[in-house]
Design a protein around this ligand. Structure first.
Ligand SMILES: C[S@@+](CC[C@H](N)C(=O)[O-])C[C@H]1O[C@@H](n2cnc3c(N)ncnc32)[C@H](O)[C@@H]1O
Length: 240
């Protein structure tokens, strides 16, 4: 079923971005259809089934559209039987630095969406509140090492015992795949209409050590399937 389900899920999840223009729609299709982390989040049932979620550096909110579409299909009885039920979040809050992306999200979800809110802000300054889970997909490397440590500390302190922090980073010790990842990152950032950023990277061992020192229990798995990248998903929990 998974093979026939994924194209249906992709259509359902990307439909809202038609209202945000051709770029937003095709970006969402490429991202959600080509990046294994979105499928794996659902298949492995990594996100909490209820509660509130905060996505930092959320871009145009592609992850939220994906989760909402998965839930709709699940409720219609069209969902792989061997996948965990998808989350039914009460609140999906996104924080994104770039106004262009926040505007695309507003066009896709509308400004009065009952669950989704995407706001413009810098995760180094925004109050995180107290969500049940926090995600950062491919954004931690845009600010320096001291700021990374501070954001991770604030995330840890914002989460409840057992709370989830899920992120994806590049492994700077991975050689050529890591350099390809950074090159693609630059091209994609430029393509989305932003300036080329300086990147602040760490090896997987350094990320794991930092997260552990911050107080998380950390598990990691490769997350670049089918692509020559060095992406790693880190699933971090606040100990109970
Ligand atoms: C590679 S994109 C990934 C977007 C989104 N997470 C996704 O998976 O589609 C990284 C995003 O992080 C945002 N970003 C970078 N630094 C940020 C900061 N300090 N606060 C909030 N967002 C930030 C960028 O503007 C960009 O949209």
């Amino acid at each position: 079923m998974t093979r026939t389900f994924l194209p249906v899920l992709l259509d359902e999840a990307t439909q809202p971005f038609r209202a945000a223009g051709r770029f937003a729609y095709h970006y969402a299709r490429g991202k959600l259809g080509g990046d294994p982390i979105f499928r794996e989040l659902l298949r492995r049932g990594l996100l909490p089934t209820q509660g509130s979620m905060l996505d930092l550096g959320c871009g145009q909110g592609s992850l939220f559209a994906w989760l909402l579409a998965a839930r709709r299909l699940y409720e219609q009885g069209h969902y792989p039987a061997d996948w965990a039920p998808p989350p039914q979040p009460q609140r999906l809050r996104g924080v994104e630095l770039m106004k262009k992306d926040v505007d695309r999200a507003a066009q896709a979800f509308g400004v009065e969406h009952p669950v989704v809110r995407v706001e413009q802000g810098d995760m180094n300054q925004t109050d995180f509140g107290h969500p049940d889970a926090i995600t950062i997909l491919d954004a931690l490397h845009y600010f320096d090492h001291a700021q990374q440590a501070q954001v991770l500390r604030r995330i840890h302190d914002a989460l409840p015992p057992g709370g989830l922090f899920l992120t994806r980073v590049g492994d700077a010790s991975a050689g050529l795949p890591f350099h390809i990842s950074n090159w693609v990152d630059h091209v994609a950032t430029f393509g989305r209409g932003h300036r080329l950023p300086r990147l602040y990277c760490r090896s997987l061992a350094e990320w794991t050590a930092l997260l552990t020192q911050t107080g998380f229990e950390v598990n990691h798995s490769p997350m670049s399937e089918g692509r020559p990248f060095a992406n790693v998903m880190l699933v971090c929990r606040v100990p109970v």
